[in-house]
Design a protein around this ligand. Structure first.
Ligand code: SF4
Length: 345
């Protein structure tokens, strides 16, 4: 083992294989990794038949953010979430909005960051008046070791923990995290295997399995986001399939965030999502039976607000990430007393 490798953090969720190979069980790529090689995410390395995280002590982003930015709209609304990331991802999305930190490890092995300990992260969260820690900006699954140590400590201090994720973690990984993970926003990017394969270098089915498992087998609060890319995932048929999947395989109470796309990274030959497409998706979501549908990246749109799905009363008024008013009383609509799903509303 080389000197700098001696300080690496041993990975979680893997098992030894023949000829000093290892099998990583964190995400649905389930990489089998040869000795001295890394997995597809490029941030987990097999050294002498043992899997290590290359990013544990390399935090590349740390900011107190409004929780609405994640987005989580039904989880401690109006609070701040201390948001951290390390470099790397298990997806390679052509339109990634954080490609500078998510894709550099895959493109050229670049892993930059500061050695910030879980204790320091939790202290910074408390100092900044945050109610939670969000593992976000890049895919938290590939830095699970830091999430786990930080998450357990945060829980002891009364803070909640949140993932913003592509939903590609295995069921084993969700089970591993579910004691300390309180909320998650999962990207359901499309409803076709072709889209996931062509644009993200991944598969759809594991994401569907993850969503279904979280919604039905855990107490983790779930919200879902779909980035609407013109001409790729915005047909009526596909949007209907997404909405119906959430209603039937998760829950009509799961908020669906439909987010406006702007050309990014390798996906530049496109226009931003037209407002009409976003509004059409909103209507499809509501018609399918979803109780809470939101449009994202459209500041000032009425559809940023939370409405009672029974009587239509405006419950939470938003402007971008800002809460202008919250009329919910004891988790219920003040007019018709309908229960509003969420966490510390
Ligand atoms: S986390 Fe990385 S190494 Fe593990 S299975 Fe996923 S891509 Fe492969």
């Amino acid at each position: 083992m080389e000197t700098e490798e001696k300080s690496l953090k041993k990975a979680v969720l893997w098992k030894p294989d023949k000829d000093k190979k290892v099998r990583c069980k964190l995400c649905s790529h389930r990489c089998v990794i040869d000795e001295r090689k890394v997995g597809r995410c490029n941030v987990r390395k097999n050294i002498d038949g043992v899997l290590y995280s290359l990013t544990y002590d390399k935090v590349c982003s740390a900011n107190p953010d409004p929780i609405e930015k994640k987005p989580l709209f039904h989880f401690q609304p109006g609070t701040r979430s201390f948001s951290i990331a390390t470099m790397g991802c298990n997806f390679q999305c052509d339109f990634c909005q954080n490609w500078q930190i998510s894709q550099a490890a895959i493109e050229n092995g670049q892993i930059d960051g500061e050695p910030i300990t879980p204790e320091q992260i939790v202290e910074a969260a408390v100092r900044n008046g945050c109610k939670s820690i969000a593992y976000t900006y890049t895919e938290p699954t590939v830095f699970m070791e830091l999430c786990n140590d930080c998450g357990r400590l945060a829980k002891e201090k009364g803070l909640k923990n949140i993932f913003v994720s592509n939903g590609y973690q295995t069921i084993e990984a969700i089970d591993f995290a579910k004691d300390w993970l309180d909320g998650i926003n999962v990207d359901l990017k499309a409803f076709s295997e072709d889209y996931y394969k062509r644009l993200c270098k991944a598969r759809l089915q594991p994401v569907l399995d993850t969503i279904s498992y979280i919604a039905n087998q855990t107490n983790i609060w779930l919200e879902i986001t779909t980035l609407l890319v013109p001409g790729e995932n915005d047909s009526d048929d596909e949007l209907k399939k997404i909405a119906e999947f959430i209603v039937t395989k998760a829950n009509p109470d799961v908020p669906w965030h439909i987010s406006r796309f702007y050309p990014q990274y390798k996906y530049l030959d496109s226009v931003p999502t037209p407002l009409e497409s976003l509004e059409r998706a909103y209507d499809i979501g509501r018609a399918a039976g979803l109780h809470y549908v939101y449009l994202g990246n459209v500041p000032g749109a009425k559809s940023e607000n939370t409405f009672c799905y029974k009587c239509g009363r405006t419950l939470i008024e938003r402007m971008g990430y800002k809460i202008l008013a919250n009329h919910i009383k004891k988790s219920c609509c003040p007019d018709c007393n309908t229960k509003i799903a969420g966490f510390e509303l």
